[in-house]
Ligand binder design. Structure first.
Ligand code: KE4
Length: 428
């Protein structure tokens, strides 16, 4: 594959944008080389600035669950834009998407829209602190909830890729209120709760981790977490920015039948436009301004274009629940094919999968938390990434990410991908 134009564009971008990108993980620091500049995309395919076609397994880090430039979403945005792009006033479409989301997701009565997953998680933590009157939070090493100060304590995703789990600029005063637990280790959580009795406002967790690669909750872990939170007046926040509207209509709450106190959303809920949201039962959401004391706001929150994209996306997912089955079946097919060719080529690996989230770890140990995820052979991952890229398959440029499957992928695309992995595996 030739990347001449992408390289030239990257050199220009670096002069006016830090690192040439508007989000660090795009910079290829985790795999080396220069990032690919996309010209356009349709369905399961990206078309880069050098004319290469790439099968996309990132899908904008999750939103493109029905494929790029999905017509109902695009048409909804075009029609809405003709009537104005932002008003800073309430509009009917915000109520329409809110009613739909509340009907799809269990245990929520109200939802507040914001502009990113970071904003959703940051606001949810503030709401939990205001509602409980307590300051401390528990997060899990390797989980990523966006770049709000309280979360950049051994975060996952780009922060792990960069090996700078604790970002400069986060004050000691902030960091002291963030307690770090080990994913899938309920005894560790219990010890933290005991050591900080009556001081913890919430536990925030990715119910299926996607920022250390894909890591499922071990059997009973989420149930035990729910029990500990209930017993200690701690709110359980499910960060469903990745899992929401992807693993099921009702996300991980539905899939695992666990009641979160607050659920956070992003990615799919915006159909590719900047939307985040957080939701809970009335008792909690009524604590939010303007009816409650906890302040949260946003100029473009509930923006008509973003709401139009999100409403079109959620409407289709709500009307065609068979999409979730199709996504899971395609991901299982891919899993089986990848495992077969990596095993035939004697490549040590572990594959984690939940629904349409999947990741490959180049280590034979079970990957159940950040430490075990960090044991993966990153040199093999880098060679694997670039081998696939040259074959026309685009996966996340970091070992600390999950692949996001889109229903626009055909079984021919999956077979092409498996065959490419077979070829690349012979070079590892
Ligand atoms: P945003 O602020 O990037 O919209 O969402 C933050 C966020 C919150 N919670 C979870 C579980 C997330 O995965 C994310 C963001 N995901 C990363 C990819 N792992 C976004 C990619 C990027 O940072 O560019």
């Amino acid at each position: 594959m030739i990347y001449k134009r992408s390289s030239a564009l990257f050199a220009e971008a670096e002069k006016v944008i830090p690192g040439g990108v508007n989000s660090p993980v795009r910079a290829f620091n985790g795999v080396g080389g220069t990032p690919i500049f996309v010209k356009e995309a349709k369905g399961a395919y990206l078309y880069d600035e050098d004319g290469n076609r790439l099968i996309d397994y990132i899908n904008s880090w999750g939103p493109m669950i029905l494929g790029h430039a999905h017509e109902p979403v695009v048409n909804a945005v075009i029609e809405k834009a003709k009537k104005g792009t932002s008003f800073g006033m309430p509009t009917e479409i915000e109520t329409q998407i809110a009613e739909l989301a509340v009907s799809m997701v269990p245990n929520i009565d109200k939802i507040r829209f914001v502009n990113s997953g970071t904003e959703a998680c940051m606001s949810a933590v503030r709401l939990a602190r205001g509602f409980t009157g307590k300051d401390k939070i528990i997060k899990f090493a390797g989980c990523y909830h966006g770049h709000s100060d309280s979360f950049l304590i051994q975060a996952g995703s780009g922060a792990s890729t960069f090996g700078t789990p604790n970002s400069p600029g986060v004050t000691k005063g902030t960091a002291k209120d963030t307690l770090l637990a080990t994913y899938n280790d309920i005894e560790n959580v219990k010890a933290l709760v005991e050591a900080n009795k009556n001081e913890i406002a919430c536990v925030i967790i990715e119910p299926v981790a996607g920022n250390m690669g894909c890591i499922p909750p071990t059997k009973g872990f989420l149930e035990a977490l729910r029990t500990v939170c209930t017993a200690n007046n701690i709110l359980l926040i499910f960060d469903e920015v990745m899992t929401g509207f992807r693993l099921a209509k009702g996300g991980a709450q539905e899939l695992y039948n666990i009641k979160a106190d607050i659920a956070c959303f992003g990615k799919v809920i915006g159909g590719g436009l900047p939307v985040g949201a957080f939701a809970a039962r009335n008792e909690i959401m009524n604590y939010l301004a303007p009816i409650g004391p906890v302040y949260q706001a946003g100029t473009l929150s509930g923006n008509p274009l973003a709401m139009a994209a999100g409403l079109a996306m959620l409407t289709e997912l709500n009307n065609k629940p068979e999409i979730f089955t199709s996504l899971a079946e395609k991901t299982a097919y891919l899993h089986t094919g990848i495992a077969k060719v990596l095993t035939e080529n004697n490549i040590t690996h572990t594959i984690n999968r939940v629904g349409s989230m999947i990741s490959i770890h180049f280590d034979d140990a079970e990957v159940v938390d950040f430490n075990s995820a960090a044991k993966g052979n990153n040199d093999i991952f880098k060679a694997f990434f670039h081998g696939l890229l040259n074959a026309g398959v685009y996966i996340a440029p970091s070992a600390f990410e999950t692949w996001f499957i889109t229903d626009a992928l055909s079984y021919e695309d999956l077979d092409f991908t498996i065959a490419a992995i077979n070829t690349v595996a012979k070079t590892l």
